[in-house]
Design a protein around this ligand. Structure first.
Ligand SMILES: NC(=O)c1ccc[n+]([C@@H]2O[C@H](COP(=O)([O-])OP(=O)(O)OC[C@H]3O[C@@H](n4cnc5c(N)ncnc54)[C@H](O)[C@@H]3O)[C@@H](O)[C@H]2O)c1
Length: 347
């Protein structure tokens, strides 16, 4: 195993809590790096077997933190548009400047690979008559999307023979995690059906939304560790399946199917301008020997139902702060656990 020591930043979040056990199971030594914004949001015990946990802000990373690491999987950051809009300069500091600083430290420390978690938000509103691929026009609109795209552009010039960089652009994730998010669309629809027996959609349900299961996202990270560097060097990959595009209506109807008696209404009061279809053909062909996705939304709905039963999902959890990133951050700022720069306040 050439790349043995893997650092996962953001390991204590939604994807990280699924990713680390998969890496450990595959035999890698994993070092976690995370500030721990959502530490107290766990609804199930975490199963992370780590060589080390670094509890630190990504803005304060040093070369020392990366000594001995072969490959960095960088997931840490403010993870969605509403969080990004909380304070645009913070999103830039954490998601963009934090990323570049981490990459600079990694390069100096002799890390061989750096896999950056970008996002399909870099495409912005797109033409839904065709699926957009990695070379498609970039139109980052939100602070979150701009930070992802600006990071990709700067990292592009840092990539070298000894320092391989690749960019994963996952579709919106769905699926179970010990640190569950219910602020992402399919997880939320299944939760509505499960808790309230009704799904109310503010739009007409027509916008397209690409989706990827969290474990398929983890499979893409694993593929980027295993594949020869020539296949991934300075390459961006949409992460999904051959059938990853759904309208909001299709997602809601699938969630409805799994909870008998669930009603479905489309109020049409909001017209959501975001609508896009994405092609995952590149990762499915170029990394075919390393990436074989295994999930679809039916299987995912089934998994989520079992997960929601296990965690005892009820109205209090669903409408509370633990599974919605923005609510959690705001609560911690209000309580003085975080300052307005989202730095941990020393006790
Ligand atoms: N979940 C999705 O649908 C999705 C889709 C595409 C891309 N992504 C990207 O994947 C990554 C992980 O997403 P997630 O859903 O697991 O998010 P998450 O919010 O659950 O986890 C993010 C983690 O990063 C940590 N973090 C945030 N700011 C930090 C800082 N300043 N220093 C150190 N750690 C910090 C948080 O404590 C948290 O544990 C993010 O970069 C996100 O943009 C997610």
């Amino acid at each position: 195993m050439e790349l043995k020591n893997i650092m996962v930043t953001g390991n204590l979040g939604y994807i990280g809590n699924v990713l680390v056990p998969i890496l450990a199971e595959a035999g890698y030594n994993v070092v976690g790096y995370d500030i721990g914004y959502y530490d107290d949001c766990l609804l199930l015990p975490t199963e992370q077997k780590l060589a080390k946990q670094i509890k630190k802000d990504i803005r304060d990373v040093t070369v020392e933190d990366l000594k001995g690491i072969d490959c960095v999987l960088h997931l840490a950051g403010l993870s969605n548009d509403p969080l990004g809009e909380l304070n645009e300069s913070l999103t830039e500091d954490i998601n963009y400047k934090g990323t570049i600083k981490l990459a600079e430290c990694a390069k100096e420390a002799g890390v061989k690979r750096f896999i950056f978690t970008s996002s399909q938000s870099v495409y912005g509103i797109s033409d839904t008559t065709k699926e957009i691929d990695e070379a498609g026009k970039k139109n980052p609109i939100t602070a979150y999307a701009k930070a992802k795209w600006n990071s990709e552009c700067v990292l592009h010039d840092m990539c070298s023979d000894d320092f391989t960089i690749a960019y994963l652009r996952p579709a919106t994730a769905y699926g179970a995690s010990p640190n569950q998010r219910l602020d992402i669309v399919f997880n939320q629809f299944v939760a509505y059906a499960f808790v309230e027996n009704r799904i109310e959609i503010k739009s007409d349900g027509a916008p397209w939304r690409p989706m990827t299961h969290v474990k398929d996202i983890c499979a893409a990270f694993l593929a980027c560790i295993k594949a020869p560097k020539e296949l991934i060097r300075n390459e961006a990959f949409n992460v999904g399946t051959s059938d990853n595009n759904f309208t909001v209506r299709m997602l809601a109807e699938t969630a409805q199917k799994y909870v008998p008696g669930t009603s479905l209404t489309f109020t049409g009061e909001h017209t959501d301008s975001r609508s896009y279809r994405v092609s995952s053909e590149k990762i499915l062909t170029r990394l075919a020997d390393y990436y074989q996705p295994e999930w679809n939304i039916e299987k995912g709905a089934d998994e989520l139902m079992n997960h929601y039963k296990e965690i005892g999902l009820d109205e209090e959890i669903f409408k509370g702060w633990k599974c919605t990133r923005l609510k959690c951050i705001k609560k911690k700022v209000d309580e003085g656990v975080l300052d307005t720069e989202l730095r941990m306040v020393e006790k």
